[in-house]
Structures are given as structure tokens and as C-alpha cells.
Design a protein around this ligand. Structure first.
Ligand code: G4P
Length: 526
């Protein structure tokens, strides 16, 4: 195997997602401990936004600023190079999370045993399903009382619309929690509630071995055997291909806080999770190992310090090897660029990178050259697919509050939209600009940044909308007819594509029913 192939095969780039408080930060931290990337618990100043700061977005941005270094956490484990992409816990930054999901090869979802599937998890899973991203589920907080594990599995299937397959099984829960049987490795892992150590586990290939009674008592042994029999009867044999295709999610149980079941999850993860896979570009499919360097920008993080207006553009390498001080083509500008100070994210430090491989994320210092979706290549013209914008859920008209600064305002809006802070639509009926976001905070962020970075003032006017969705049709006549009939509700996005502004779910459903020739899309890529 060539060095390049070897480097790419050992990479595992993934995100951990959850509803706030399910235990994402705790799990991330434990994974970093296993990788030796950190040495003490509590070291992860993650993207987690403190609960007290929910209405103070400046504070949130400060915390987000600090968290640039932890946006990507790379470390080595058992010969694998692991890249964890952190996602903001705060739901107002969901768009950030959606975009991060475009840069990962797989996802681990954390679910709280007591709470089950929550709103945020459902939404994030939709994005994974759309992209067929392989998903593993970690059911957390087994040291607390929660739902019956079989009921939870049913709930996961129904709510997340994915088949599941337990690869470990809990032995009771809460104060009576004894541990798990690791189905994947045929081991009995006994629970010792200790926060910093790896738990010991006993190989237990034959669950009918009477030794089991000695470890967990006869009642529990009997129940475990019955549960496992039921699992084998109900769920098909685990086939790693069904996981890789995004059809089945393996499920693990544990307690991140007590470092229980985490190593088991990680050991299975590195073995079965995908290394970087071929990526579809409009022109052709790009192969991570065979093709020269290419990558795309999936996130831009602005520096909130007005004295340092530079940003960091996050690039996911799709193929080949990135080298420092080498000329690469910025495809949209058709211009050569080279980078002397690209950063890699190892553990919690940013460090200058000399080379990086497909699967890795690097940070490029940016002074306004990049927008989300931009491609860098060794020379070829490539446009990667799979970087959609998602239908926003909150809308306001944006108006100029300082007529002397019209140009600044429009430049500011353009750049903030390129950065992916929100989405801009032009209402065709009245020519007004509408900003669409997924969270209320974004409006405050935009207003503040327009003023402080561009010297422009804006004000917001309300507009009552339920959803904006992209529309298309095979018949130009049908499309024209729809636009004529709904002329008050038609807008175009930044790229000039047609968008339908529905003011209620009912209106949207009626439109879908009444105009069967029109296709309504909830993400900008179709
Ligand atoms: P998040 O990133 O998904 O938002 O969750 P985070 O890891 O911050 O965990 C949320 C809370 O749940 C934390 O408690 C954390 O200690 C707790 N927790 C995580 N894993 C487990 C587990 O396996 N068992 C139990 N019992 N609790 C767990 P907190 O009190 O909100 O915060 P902290 O003061 O402990 O940091």
C-alpha cells in the first residue's frame, strides 16, 4: 500500500451530535482521553454554550471564538488518525451543524436513556439520512434510571427513521446498573463507577456459561440471556455494509461520565467506520486516493475582534495530499493561491501544517477570499456536490437604517451570506431583501457585525413566513403558471433560483397538492 493510501485508509473523520445535555461534550472528552490528546477530564472547552448565556450572543460569540481550536480535534488512536468535528450545542447555530455534517464521513449520535429521541436529534438525523451518512448511536447515562432499552430501540427506529442493531446490551440501569454485554466483541463489561479509568472486561463467548451467574447474579444472568435471545430473534445479524450504506445504525449503551462503554464504542468505531470515501463533484466522482489534492470550504469562522478582521476558512480535503506553500487553484476565482500558515487541529492546539491528507480538516487564514462551497484543487475545475443550504425557519425583512451607507450595507450582507451566517432572498413582489435563519440569535449577530465590521446600520421589519422552499418543474409553463398564481410569495435566492415563501404549513401542503407538476425542495441541492 502506498503511503498516501495508507494515510487515507487510517483516517476516521466524524461528528458527534446530540440534543443539548445528552452528553456530547462528556463523550468527546473521554474519546480524547483515550487518544492521549488530553490528560485530565474537564479539559475540553467545547463549543458548548453555557446555559446562562442564551440571550447574550456577544458572550456566545466569545465562547465560540475560543472554541475555534476545538472545532476539529485530531488525535491518533490504535494506528488510526481520528478527526472529531465539534458541532455547536445551541440550536440557533443548527445551520453550522448541518454544514459540518457535509464534511464528515460518519456520525455518532448521543441519546439520553431517560429522554430518548429529542427534537434536535431528529433534525440532525434528517440531514444524515439525506446524505446516507453512516450513523452509530450511543445511549448515554445508563447509570441513571431511564426507558426500557427495548422500548428505546423502537423509539429510535420510529423517530429517527433508521433501522437499529444493538451491539451491546445493558445489564439493568440506574443504581442497579451492572454493566453491558458487548455483543460485537462477545465480552462482559462490568461497571465500576470510576470517572477516570478504563473498565475491565471479561471475554465471554458463551453466554450460557454458568460463570455468568458469578459475575452478575442469577436473576440478572437469566434476564440477560433472555434479552440476548430476543435480540438475536428480532434483529438481523449485524452486517457492516448495511451500516456503511446508512441503512442500519449500531447501538451501544454506556455512561460517558463514568467512562463506561466508551472504549468499546471507540474500538468498534475505528474498525467499522468508513475512511474518506469518493465524493461527487458536478464534473465527476473524485477518489480520495487516486486523485490529486482537492477539497472544499464547509465553514468560515469570523474573528469577532474588529482589529483582526481575518477569518478562518475550514477546508475538508477530499482527495490527495495538501502541502504547505504549494500552488492550488481557487476554482471560483480561477486563481492560484498558496498557503504558508494553514493550520491543522491536533487535540486542542492549532499548529501549522506541512502536509495533510484526504479526510483531514485544515484551517486557512482568510481575508474574504472564500465562501461556503468553494473548491481548491491541484489544477482541475471541480465543483463538489452535497453542500446544500437548508430551508430557514425564521424570516425578517432587512432595511437600511443609514442612507449614507447603502454600499457598505449591501457589501456586508453579501459577505455575511457567503460566510453562511444566514440566507438572503429577494422578494419578487416588492423587491425587498429577506434574511432567513434557523435561529433568532442570527439576526442580532448580523446587525452587530454589519455595524462593527462594515459601518452599516440595518433594521428589521417583520414578515410572517413559515418556510422558504426551492421550486422547480420539468415544465417551464407549469413553473410560470405557479409563479403567476403565487406572485406575492415568490422570491429568488442569491444564486437566482426560484423560491416559494409559504406562510403556513397548510398553504405549503395545498400548494403541493394543487400543483403536482412543481417540485418543492427543502434544501438547495436537488
Ligand atoms: P452536551 O454536550 O450534549 O450538552 O452534554 P454534556 O456532555 O455537557 O452533559 C450534560 C450533563 O450530563 C452534564 O452535567 C454531564 O456531566 C452529564 N452527563 C454526561 N454523561 C453522563 C452520564 O453518563 N451519566 C450521568 N449521570 N450524567 C452524565 P451537568 O450537571 O449539566 O454539567 P457539569 O456541571 O457536570 O459539567
Amino acid at each position: 500500500m502506498s503511503e498516501l493510501t495508507n494515510e487515507i485508509h487510517r483516517r476516521r473523520t466524524f461528528a458527534i451530535v446530540s440534543h443539548p445535555d445528552a452528553g456530547k461534550t462528556t463523550l468527546t472528552e473521554k474519546l480524547l482521553l483515550f487518544g492521549g490528546a488530553i490528560h485530565v477530564a474537564g479539559a475540553v472547552k467545547s463549543n458548548k454554550i453555557k446555559k446562562t448565556a442564551t440571550s447574550d450572543w456577544m458572550e456566545i460569540e466569545k465562547q465560540r471564538g475560543i472554541s475555534v481550536a476545538t472545532s476539529v480535534m485530531g488525535f491518533d488512536y490504535d494506528g488510526y488518525k481520528i478527526n472529531i468535528l465539534d458541532t455547536p450545542g445551541h440550536q440557533d447555530f443548527a445551520e453550522d451543524t448541518y454544514r459540518t455534517l457535509t464534511a464528515v464521513d460518519s456520525v455518532i449520535i448521543v441519546v439520553d436513556i431517560a429522554k430518548g429521541v429529542e427534537a434536535q436529534t431528529r433534525k440532525l438525523m434528517e440531514v444524515c439520512r439525506m446524505r446516507k451518512t453512516p450513523v452509530m448511536i450511543f445511549v448515554n447515562k445508563m447509570d441513571r434510571d431511564g426507558k426500557d432499552p427495548f422500548d428505546l430501540l423502537d423509539e429510535l427506529e420510529q423517530e429517527l427513521k433508521i433501522h437499529v442493531r444493538p451491539l451491546s446490551w445493558p445489564i439493568d440501569m440506574g443504581v442497579k446498573f451492572k454493566g453491558v454485554y458487548n455483543i460485537f466483541e462477545e465480552k462482559l463489561d462490568l461497571y465500576t463507577p470510576s470517572k477516570q479509568t478504563v473498565t475491565e472486561s471479561i471475554q465471554f463467548k458463551d453466554i450460557n456459561n454458568p460463570e455468568l451467574e458469578n459475575h452478575i447474579g442469577s436473576d440478572m444472568a437469566e434476564r440477560l440471556r433472555a434479552d440476548l435471545e430476543l435480540i438475536e430473534g428480532v434483529y438481523p445479524e449485524f452486517d457492516v455494509n448495511t451500516y456503511l450504506k446508512g441503512d442500519i445504525a449500531p447501538v451501544f449503551f454506556g455512561s460517558a461520565l463514568n467512562n463506561f462503554g466508551v472504549k468499546e464504542l471507540l474500538d468498534c468505531f475505528v474498525r467499522i467506520a468508513p475512511s474518506p470515501r469518493p465524493v461527487a463533484a458536478e464534473e465527476r466522482e473524485v477518489n480520495p486516493e487516486k486523485d490529486p489534492f482537492s477539497g472544499f470550504i464547509f465553514k468560515i469562522h469570523a474573528n469577532m475582534d474588529p482589529n483582526h478582521r481575518s477569518c478562518i476558512a475550514f477546508l475538508k480535503i477530499c482527495s490527495g495530499k495538501f502541502e504547505r506553500n504549494t500552488n492550488y487553484k481557487h476554482v471560483r476565482f480561477n486563481k492560484q493561491m498558496k498557503f504558508s500558515s494553514a493550520t491543522a487541529f491536533m487535540a486542542q492546539k492549532k499548529e501549522t501544517v506541512d502536509e495533510a491528507y484526504a479526510g483531514d480538516i485544515i484551517g486557512l487564514p482568510d481575508t474574504g477570499n472564500f465562501k461556503i462551497g468553494d473548491t481548491l484543487t491541484a489544477g482541475e475545475i471541480l465543483h463538489f456536490k452535497g453542500l446544500p443550504s437548508f430551508s430557514p425557519e425564521m424570516f425578517k425583512y432587512i432595511e437600511n437604517a443609514d442612507p449614507m451607507k447603502t454600499k457598505q450595507l449591501s457589501k456586508g450582507i453579501d459577505q455575511l451570506m457567503d460566510e453562511g451566517v444566514a440566507q438572503l432572498f429577494i422578494h419578487q413582489y416588492n423587491g425587498r431583501k429577506i434574511i432567513g435563519t434557523v435561529g433568532q440569535l442570527q439576526f442580532e449577530v448580523i446587525q452587530y457585525r454589519l455595524l462593527h465590521e462594515y459601518g452599516a446600520q440595518c433594521k428589521w421589519d417583520p414578515i410572517h413566513l413559515y418556510k422558504a422552499c426551492w421550486i422547480e418543474s420539468d415544465s417551464q409553463e407549469a413553473l410560470d403558471n405557479f409563479k403567476k398564481r403565487k406572485y406575492q410569495y415568490i422570491a429568488v435566492d442569491k444564486e437566482g433560483r426560484d423560491v416559494f415563501l409559504a406562510d403556513s404549513n397548510y398553504v405549503l401542503q395545498m400548494a403541493q397538492q394543487d400543483f403536482p407538476d412543481i417540485r418543492f425542495h427543502f434544501s438547495s441541492e436537488f
